[in-house]
Write a new protein. Structure first.
Length: 108
């Protein structure tokens, strides 16, 4: 298996061209939810659907839920500025940890 390749498109370029890979977990129970490519600086307010990788359960049509404790982590929306589907995260619902794309192979 080869390492996960980060997407490079106009959205990444608009945010300065820097990306990092995050492991997203539920704050309540600590269960892993998914891996996410974060483009640009700043806090994680929303997660774009096309940047979510290795989801532990299928993504919901109405919201993002924890695969273990079923806690609601965010709601689905269309980010109007870019006309992209995303999940608006609830404050304090998720924790994030930077990972290297090669580390994803070890977890699988």
């Amino acid at each position: 298996m080869k390492p996960t390749v980060l997407k490079s498109d106009r959205f990444k370029k608009a945010r300065g061209g820097a990306s990092r890979l995050l492991e997203i977990s539920c704050t309540a129970c600590g269960a892993k939810v998914c891996h996410y490519q974060k483009d640009g600086p700043g806090i994680l307010k929303r997660m774009y659907v096309d940047r979510i990788m290795n989801a532990m359960k299928p993504l919901g049509a109405k919201g993002l839920d924890c695969p273990a404790c079923k806690a609601s982590l965010g709601v689905r929306m269309i980010y109007k500025k870019e006309d992209r589907p995303a999940y608006r995260l609830f404050v304090g619902a998720v924790t994030k940890k930077s990972v290297k794309s090669g580390d994803l192979l070890m977890a699988a």
